[in-house]
Design a protein around this ligand. Structure first.
Ligand code: FAD
Length: 1013
């Protein structure tokens, strides 16, 4: 585990901003700054940029408009679509929802003449000669030239942000620009980021090596390093698992790669900057950076070009600057440090919300990011012995503030901007020949530009963005220069805990890269002893049901408010004991830590959600209801509908979610006033025992909740068959659900309701507009996380034939990077399957697949790879000692109908498709299961139409298909996948209730007084 260098990033924003403001301590004269920047802005406003510039584009088609959104979507996807049929469908889909014609100044129509040439090249020669497009789409488009025009527009848009497709082209452009503006320097960025496979990482490495060689060829070895052009690198491009949990591999494998680049840069006397990426990679980046710094200090102490980017939107920015400054001094180096605001703001906010973190790791007020930027800038300017600061911004106020602070200290520095952005303001600023500016210049093929381009569009399209406001003439110039030096006491967004309102607090999660959050988990595991759970004697089942029925009399009489309060108490206690319950899940159910945390959170959410739902639905309801203040219905009569419990429920839960599903079932039954006979899975009784203790301690009477541990065939069967059972809720296999259903049907007495949630052959449909990296991420999560032991897990990937080779190669490469092993280790992605029986069953299925299908991952068991070389022998023997490990497996099959049964393990089937995607959905429907479906497409209307056509309970578009959130994504299937209603949804509790209507004839006691009055 790495030593944590920076404080916990999840802290209240206001206290950090106060520190930043204090550190600025009157360093800025804002009115003087406004006087300086005002003329720049006036000049830019008076000389609008050319129509293809980012500013013009944003002005004409703001991304908040349908047109802007359509352009962005097209920009992201159109260039990579290989087949004309799908390209047409995508363009029609996006343009169909936008009104480009209504715009006064039409970018697309301006481009259409160039587009005709393109259309000949790209589209089928004549209608009917190529594959048949989706019906009606061509008609809707009017002309194929529109498609080609769009393609052309997107390419031009791309060209605006790429300096060249090759280094030679880029350097040629740079030389041309320098003729007009000699104080320009360049930092080249090789497009492509986030490698998923080692092969991709090696391609990126080669392109960085070649780029440095090109820059070196024209660099001056004798001048100051900062005067030369340089390079920016992304560590995530150089390793497929650039993640905190994989720190050992990163240090063993990535560091040598980066060190090679550093040596090349040092010898050439150029600047090499490590770009800043997501917050959860910062500590890892610092580790890598420090190792490299020590090597630089040892081998190239004279090199002054090594550095990194720092993001001021992070709450730890100021501490990071202090830390890096101290490091530079410790090693006797001068670093080149780029200060940015940060490019992943929306992604950071989303991640913090998904993980239920206590605070955001980035500021939520734009001007707080600016304050932090200025405070960091001051700190950097104050350390010229250690740092050569590089201020990257397009914001005129920020630039003016930097110039003012730098003038005071006299420290050397440079400004930086992105190629294709901020040219207007910089045109003015750089009239001062003493100010140097470096341009961050992406180089590469246009199709690799997309991720970068979309980030730029999003970032600059935001209303709060300076570039956006500058382009928007309705924003007064004075507003653009308002001082950010003020404090907002509260975050601008609800904190993750309050996402579902004050009535239902969200469960709190944690970030495993923060030691203060991770250490309690590890300590809990070290201290844990799994309790012994006595087996229940199946012969006593009837007695248990009888006593449950007796307890029902008391428990159902407890008001719903009190029952809900008890469940909420249990939720709070579970939250408090999260580390211990996670440890239980790791030890007994072989969960990885991430899975364990998610599961405890889900259990907490179930308790709170069902408490709230019960309170809502169990209030007596006047019928037929009210219309405004008027009571509807017949006079002289009152009608009321009430829900009550039914009696004793048998709750049979599985081992794959031994806490969340167990507590979900039990909480639903208890909240509605039923009593519970809980039969956990044989494999995981200890988790169930602790959960039951928690509920008893919170106030659930012992008689209202009994734990009956034992085999399904005996204890489960006896409970189901016992007289007096009011309902059964079961999660598990389809086969067992059918056995229970038959057993209930065979019973005398009342018909007993059954809620069954079973598995499925879950598919993901990928068309040729999908982004392969996104598909690969979704597949790794959906098919292999939890060793594929989720009922929602992906079993069948259906990939469009035009992109199948690339996608399959990426998935195979990414799967090889997964680490199998001891789930208690943070680095483990895939733990063992639950027991020997499961292991052997999956083994038999694999044998059949190896015979009948194409094995995509080969014989090499994934878990034998990916150990850091230095430890491999020791690590391997530790892994070999873990029973029941199955590395991820993937097989290509010919037909969807080849799949007969669900394989409950890390086994993926892949099939190629072509033609009409609706036919694929029809084949998936024909399998008879209906639990989860993934759809990966950028054609929105297609995604919606396919989702409607699918007989499937949970459809996930452009993401993974696991991890349904309680009260947000109600979960459950149809067909062979279950009876419904969906768990964690608004209809679930009704099934646990009996309904009673009470009708009172009020005229019997003297008539309706109100009517008579
Ligand atoms: C040369 C160069 C290199 C770069 N390298 C990197 C890099 O390595 N890593 C990286 O992440 N980015 C990098 N960037 C991108 C940079 O982060 C953005 O361009 C920059 O944030 C835009 O800031 P601005 O001063 O130009 O614009 P402004 O409009 O003044 O600031 C916009 C920024 O404010 C922040 N923001 C927006 N809304 C909010 C909000 N509600 N609350 C808090 N903050 C908010 C975001 O960071 C947003 O990008 C680089 C930029 C340049 C110019």
């Amino acid at each position: 585990m790495l030593t944590q260098r920076l404080p916990n990033p999840y802290r209240p924003e206001s206290s950090i901003v106060s520190q930043c403001l204090a550190s600025l301590n009157n360093a800025l004269d804002w009115s003087a700054l406004v006087r300086k920047a005002l003329p720049w802005i006036q000049t830019v406003r008076e000389n609008p940029p050319p129509f293809w510039a980012m500013e013009s584009l944003l002005k004409e088609y703001p991304i908040s408009s349908a047109e802007g959104l359509a352009l962005m979507r097209l920009a992201e996807a159109l260039l990579r679509v290989p087949d004309a049929e799908t390209a047409i469908a995508l363009t029609a889909d996006q343009l169909g929802r936008a009104d480009f014609d209504g715009s006064s100044d039409k970018v697309l129509s301006r481009l259409s003449s160039t587009a005709i040439a393109m259309s000949k090249h790209f589209l089928p020669a004549a209608p009917g000669s190529g594959p048949t497009p989706e019906p009606g789409l061509i008609a809707k488009l009017g002309a194929r030239t529109v498609v080609a025009a769009t393609l052309r527009a997107v390419q031009l848009l791309g060209r605006q942000f790429v300096l060249g497709q090759t280094m030679a082209e880029g350097q040629h452009e740079a030389a041309a620009a320098r003729k007009k503006m000699p104080n320009l320097r360049y930092s080249y960025d090789m497009l492509g980021e986030g490698s998923r496979t080692d092969a991709d990482a090696l391609v990126h490495l080669k392109s960085y090596q070649d780029a440095i060689a090109s820059i070196a060829a024209s660099a001056d070895k004798t001048c100051a390093c900062e005067q030369n052009d340089g390079i920016s690198i992304k560590l995530s491009a150089l390793h497929p698992r650039y993640e905190y949990a994989q720190a050992d591999r990163v240090l063993a494998e990535l560091v040598p790669r980066v060190w090679g680049l550093c040596e090349q840069a040092a010898r050439a006397n150029i600047n090499l900057t490590i770009d800043a990426e997501e917050v959860d990679r910062l500590e890892l980046s610092l580790e890598v950076f420090e190792v490299l710094m020590a090597q630089v200090a040892k081998h190239y102490p004279q090199w002054r070009g090594f550095g990194l980017a720092m993001q001021s939107y992070q709450t730890t920015a100021l501490e990071l600057v202090a830390h890096v400054t101290e490091l530079a001094r410790k090693h006797g180096l001068r670093l080149m440090c780029r200060l940015v605001k940060g490019a992943y703001w929306d992604a950071e906010i989303k991640r913090a919300q998904e993980l239920g973190l206590p605070h955001y790791p980035v500021f939520t007020h734009k001007h707080h990011t600016d304050v932090s930027y200025l405070a960091c800038a001051k700190a950097l300017l104050d350390a010229p012995d250690a740092i050569y600061p590089q201020f990257a911004t397009h914001n005129a106020a920020t630039v003016a503030a930097i110039l003012q602070m730098a003038a005071k200290t006299g420290a050397p520095f440079e400004l930086q901007r992105l190629h294709g952005m901020g040219e207007g303001v910089y045109g003015e600023v750089l009239k001062n020949p003493l100010v140097a500016c470096r341009v961050y210049a992406p180089v590469g093929a246009h199709k690799d530009l997309l991720a970068y381009l979309v980030r730029r569009l999003l970032e600059n399209g935001a209303n709060s963005s300076f570039v956006h406001q500058l382009a928007d003439e309705t924003v007064p110039i004075t507003e653009l220069l308002i001082s950010p030096l003020r404090l907002e006491p509260h975050a601008s967004l609800p904190l993750p805990a309050h996402l579902f309102g004050l009535q239902r607090p969200n469960s709190c999660g944690l970030d495993l890269t923060v030691s203060a959050m991770r250490d309690p988990l590890l300590a809990a595991l070290a201290a844990l002893q799994l309790p012994e759970v006595p087996e229940f004697d199946a012969k006593l089942a009837s007695g248990a049901v009888l006593s449950s029925a007796a307890s029902y009399q008391q428990w159902s009489a407890v008001s719903v408010e009190v029952r809900a309060r008890i469940l909420r108490l249990a939720a709070d206690e579970l939250q408090a004991q999260l580390p211990r319950f996670c440890a239980l899940l790791v030890k007994e159910a072989f969960k990885t830590w991430n899975d364990a945390v998610s599961e405890v959170r889900e259990a907490i959410d179930f308790l709170r959600y069902y408490a709230a739902q019960a309170q809502t639905i169990m209030q007596p309801q006047t019928m037929p209801g009210m219309e405004g203040p008027t009571l509807l219905g017949i006079t002289g009569e009152s009608n009321e509908l009430r829900l009550t419990g039914r009696g004793p429920w048998v709750c049979i839960s599985p081992w794959n979610f031994p806490l969340a599903i167990f507590l979900g079932q039990v909480a639903a039954a208890l909240a509605t006033g039923n009593t519970v006979l809980a039969k956990p899975a044989e494999q995981t009784p200890a988790v169930a025992l602790e959960a039951v203790k928690l509920l008893h301690a919170a106030g659930v009477p012992e008689g209202a909740l009994q734990l009956l541990h034992g085999p399904g065939e005996t204890v489960g069967a006896a409970l189901v068959a016992a007289p007096g059972v009011a309902g059964v809720v079961f999660t598990g296999s389809t086969a067992v659900a059918k056995i229970i259903n038959r057993a209930l049907a065979a019973k005398d007495g009342p018909i007993v309701p059954l809620i069954a949630e079973t598995g499925g052959i879950n598919a993901m449909l990928v068309d040729s507009t999908a982004l392969p990296e996104q598909v690969s991420d979704a597949v790794m999560q959906s098919a292999f996380r939890s060793a594929g032991q989720r009922c929602s897990a992906l079993r069948l990937l259906c990939v469009h034939e035009e992109i199948a080779d690339g996608v399959v190669a990426m998935i195979a490469g990414a799967a090889r990077e997964l680490r199998c092993g001891d789930p208690a280790l943070l680095a483990t992605d895939v733990g063992p399957v639950i027991d020997g029986e499961a292991f052997e069953g999956i083994g038999r299925q694999l044998k059949r697949l190896r015979r009948d299908a194409r094995d995509l991952l080969g014989d090499v068991p994934g878990f034998k790879q990916n150990q850091p070389p230095a430890q491999s022998r020791q690590a391997q023997s530790a892994i070999d000692s873990i029973p029941n490990l199955i590395a991820p497996q993937a097989f290509e099959v010919q037909h969807i109908s080849d799949l007969k049964d669900e394989i409950f393990g890390p086994v993926l089937h892949i099939v190629r498709w072509g033609g009409d995607p609706h036919k694929v959905i029809a084949q998936i429907n024909a399998l008879g299961y209906g639990l989860t479906l993934g759809i990966q497409t950028r054609i929105d209307s297609r995604a919606q139409a396919l989702a409607r056509a699918a007989h499937i309970g949970n459809v996930y578009i452009n993401r993974n298909q696991i991890g349904a959130v309680v009260g947000v994504q109600p979960f459950g299937g149809e067909g062979l996948s279950g009876t419904g209603p969906k768990a964690g949804g608004p209809h679930y509790l009704y099934r646990f209730c009996a309904e009673q209507t009470i009708t009172v004839n009020t005229t019997a006691a003297g008539g309706n007084v109100q009517l008579m009055a």
